[in-house]
Design a protein around this ligand. Structure first.
Ligand code: FDA
Length: 310
């Protein structure tokens, strides 16, 4: 119930404005979001690199219906990719970027899909110059087909663009089968949005079972699986499947979110597996933080204590 309420609130502009204006302790936000600026994102990437972890960086923002804002988001990514290259943090995909098409203009009336695709293409050109890769985040189910279509378009010129599959969607095993081919990079996560029963499993058990079915397809395939989860059971199953298919440690990776289970992130990197951390940065932290709270009551308590302490 709390999860549904928080996911509902994550889309509420009124609550967003109230919370953004509240004097939230920067410590609370900074546990999950290292800062507002390009420098903050680069610094967090360098810190991860020092402990052998990779990064995928997301300039926060979503659902924009303002072309100027979509252009600004594109420009932030272009600036970030240049800064990563200048700091020698982008080569060989070390620090890559994650994009939300809805932040790049997908919801603009008329040509939204085309505009978002063009912005994503410009970011891919910059990523290629920086020697790194791009992954298209997956948003709510109403955008799945459009996002996979954008992926197909981008991959014609940039075959290294990665996709995200959400195991809570009933369609996802079939999508994994389509994407399990050579050269394809696929991030598998549980899914973070409030979705109707008609398209998505509702119980945690069913979502986990679907995650394992998807993992089996990806690990057996020729693709590059990116196992995005903090769930110890799923991480163990991913490792067992990788061993079963005699995968080299460099043929797949684990992914977690910035600030979540950092000790486990280091442990996985230290044992010789690849660990990539998703770093969100920027001022638009509200929707992102609400989804993290929906996932875990302990995160909500941490946030509320931070609000109350001010
Ligand atoms: P879940 O939240 O169910 O937690 C399972 C278990 O993990 C817990 O029972 C606990 O044992 C452990 N755990 C979780 N949080 C912990 C904590 N703070 N401390 C200690 N233990 C903890 N979603 C989406 O819809 N589209 C997307 O594009 C992406 N992209 C993305 C990238 C990356 C790199 C990650 C890691 C995640 C995403 N997500 C996402 C979010 C994803 O869908 C999902 O909402 C979260 O990862 C939470 O799901 P978990 O698999 O971690 O399990």
């Amino acid at each position: 119930m709390l999860r549904n309420a928080l996911l509902q609130l994550s889309k509420s502009d009124g609550v967003r404005r109230t919370i953004e204006k509240a004097p939230v302790s920067s410590q609370v936000v900074h546990r999950f979001v290292p800062g507002d600026s390009t420098e903050d994102a680069v610094r967090a990437t360098a810190e991860l690199r020092a402990t052998n972890r990779f990064a995928t960086i997301d300039y926060l923002g979503e659902d924009t219906t303002d072309l100027t804002q979509a252009i600004r988001t594109r420009d932030h990514y272009l600036e970030l990719l240049k800064a990563l290259a200048d700091a020698d943090l982008s080569q060989h995909g070390m620090g890559e970027v994650s994009l939300k098409l809805s932040a790049l203009g997908q919801y603009l009336p008329g040509d939204g899909d085309k505009i978002a695709l063009e912005h994503a293409r410009e970011i891919c050109v910059a990523a290629q110059e920086a020697g790194t890769t791009v992954t298209l985040d997956m948003e709510d189910h109403t955008t799945t087909d459009a996002t996979l279509e954008a992926l197909r378009e981008l991959r014609k010129d940039f075959p290294w663009v990665g996709a995200v599959i959400q195991s809570y969607l009933r369609r996802s095993v079939a999508d994994c089968e389509d994407l399990a081919h050579e050269g394809s990079r696929v991030r598998l996560c549980k899914g973070a949005y409030k979705e109707p029963e008609s398209v998505a499993f509702q119980s945690g058990g069913e979502v986990d079972q679907s995650y394992v079915r998807c993992l089996k397809v990806l690990m057996a395939g020729a693709c590059y699986p990116m196992v995005a989860s903090h769930d110890p059971r799923l991480i163990e199953i991913a490792g067992a499947l990788a061993a079963h298919h005699e995968r080299e440690a460099t043929s797949f990776e684990y992914q977690m979110l910035y600030g979540i289970r950092p000790e486990e992130q280091k442990r996985i990197a230290d044992r010789g597996d690849q660990m990539r951390v998703y770093i969100p940065y920027g001022e638009e932290w509200y929707g992102y933080l609400m989804r993290r709270m929906a996932e875990r009551p302990a995160n909500t308590m941490f946030f509320l204590r931070g609000l109350a302490s001010k």
